[in-house]
Design a protein around this ligand. Sequence first.
Ligand code: 13P
Length: 220
Amino acid sequence: MDITVPVVIHLDHGNFEAAKEAIAAGYNSVMFDGHDLPFEENLAKTKEIVALAHAKGISVEAEVGSIGGEEDGIIGEGELANVDEAKQIAATGVDFLAAGIGNIHGQYPANWKGLNFERLQELADAVEQPLVLHGGSGIPQEQVEKAISMGVAKLNINTECQLAFAKATREYIEAGKDQQGKGFDPRKLLKPGTDAISDTVKEIIGWMGTKPVKLVPEEL
Ligand code: 13P
C-alpha cells in the first residue's frame, strides 16, 4: 500500500485474556487494562503481561485509575489516578502508562471541569514512562497542548472521528446523493465519512507538536 510511516498494531483496553491472545497473535503493542480489578491483581497481571510481551519485543501500556465514561460497555467513574499506585505499576516495566486525570471516554458533559493538571504534574514527576491520555475527543486544544508539554505522549481519540464520520455521511444522504447515479455504491456512500475521519485526524495531529515525516522504506 506504499505506506511510508511506521505502523503498529496495538490492542486498546484489553483484559488479561485479550492481552495474552494479542501477544500470541503477534501484535506490536498491547494495552492491559486492569483498572477494574483490585489494585494488587492489576499489578500482578500487569507484571505477567510485561514479561510475556517483552520476551517478544512487544510494548505494553497499562492503566491506573479509572478513566470515566463508557467504552465498549465498560463504564468508568472518572477518578484521578493514585500517584503511589502509578509508581508501582510503572515499576513493572510497562512502556507507557494511561492514568486518569479527569479525562473521560465519549462526549464531555457541559459541566466537565477539565483536565487536572496538578495530578498530571504529580504523575509526570513520579514515573519515567510517557503518559497516555485517553478520552481525547472534545478536550480543548490548549488543554491537549499543555498535557503534551507535561509528559503526555500518546492521545487516544475515537468518538470525535465517529462523530465526524456520522455528520458527513448524514449530509451526503440528506442531500439525496445516494439516490443520484450510483451514489449508493458503498465506495461513494462511505467516502465523505472516511474523508471526514481523515481530516479530523490531520487537524489533531497538527496540535501534537510533531512534524510530518517521510521515511524511505529502508528506514522502516
Ligand atoms: P474517545 O472516544 O473519548 O476519544 O476515547 C478514545 C479512547 O480513549 C480509546 O482508548
